[in-house]
Design a protein around this ligand. Sequence first.
Ligand SMILES: Cc1ncc(COP(=O)(O)O)c(C=O)c1O
Length: 488
Amino acid sequence: MEFQLLFTAFQAQPAHARWPQQRQLHECLRQGIRSGTLASGARLPASRALAAELGVARNSVLYAYEQLASEGFILASRRGSVVAPLAGRLVAAVPRPEAPAPRASLSRRAQNMPALPGSETSAAFAPGVPALGEFPVLRWRRMLDKAWATLKPAELNYADPAGETALREAIAGHLRVARGALVDAAQVFITDGTQGSLDLCARAFADAGDKVWMENPGYQGAVAAFRAAQLKAVGIVVDGEGMAPAASDWLRQRPRLIYTTPSHQYPVGSVMSLARRLALIDGARQAGALVIEDDYDSEFRHDGPPLACMQGLAPDAPVLYLGTFSKTLFPGLRIGFMVVPTALAPALALLLDRAAPRGRTADQRALAEFIVSGQFALHLRRMRRLYRQRRDALVAALAEHLGDVATVHGGTAGMHLALRLHDGRVDDVALSARLMARHGIMAPALSLHAVGLRAQPWRGFLLGYAQVPVQAMEPLVKKLAGVVRGGV
Ligand SMILES: Cc1ncc(COP(=O)(O)O)c(C=O)c1O
């Protein structure tokens, strides 16, 4: 902690100017503690260090510390002098100068931002949360230690805005093998997760007022990013084969960007058919649009053979492929990536050079090592097994307790499924709030995932199962069933 500013401001007040130094210091620290500026538990510097910092005699500091200790404001311990715990209770008693309420407020765009249901919680069934307790923290720490140990001082500087070469190469290698992508490391750009990638796509590849097609129902994180960039979201209906644009949409709602989750539609879980994928690529080419393929949880496919991504279906497909480590590793890592068509890579690199300094070199190197050493594939295999067991337990419990009033959709992949209630008039938002209030269950309502002006017929819940142990599944589903039946 630095005290120079605090002490100079105190000394500058005319009432204190003529006091002896030791009294100034004692009173300055006392006020700091009483007002909460110096919090309970904060450690004060050693007397010699504080004297040197403030340019005062060490004896003045010793005097001030002794006085404060005798008054009970600080405690002497082996760690040095520490602000006493009771000092915090004085804070409320000290009058604070009245400040006028700030007139500035959030912009209208920001105020209209949708909330991301479940994003901040680990409550049962919160979608998008992996089995955090299963992450191999020790191995990860070893990779981090190694990355830090080999970092040279010059590498603490701003890093390559496109990301660490080692990580871009590791991701390209993984995508070629595991996702059938047609990708070279030069096309891979590291971001702060998919949310960062979406912001970048919206800013780099569209202008304010442009239309972006989105699946309806769809991912509200993408709605937020596109709204912030002042794009117009057009909701396109979703069926069992994924996003289903009509011929009239191509004519009357010409898109600049098309956001889609073809491997596991968010939220309802359809898998886009090959015919639809090819038609979308074709349509986008003709319209001069770019498809944003959000491949957020495709590493977890529970039934059937793995499906290749859209990006790899045609050479130079007009596809911006988005991936994230939020599901495969952990959300707090905040590392994701974009794969852009070869022709766009140099322009994007130039834009990032101007606009987006990057860093966290050690994290990126550790992640590259995690992938190349095989730890990533090992973790994916373990999680795939675990999530499949949890998915099976959830599907069985739902069939047993809610099979007559609801149908499961989208359980073949990922970490969540959609439970669609047969009664389309149900107020799923009210039921979802009741589940949280009564049982601490986070089951976001499907109707909250509407996009654009067209209505969407899905009523029910999104249920994330990755972090729910098998034995907890049935008791939780019974609670869910109780609320659904009581509320229908
Ligand atoms: C559809 C979809 N895309 C992407 C993400 C991950 O985003 P991020 O990488 O910003 O954590 C999520 C998280 O829930 C998601 O549901």
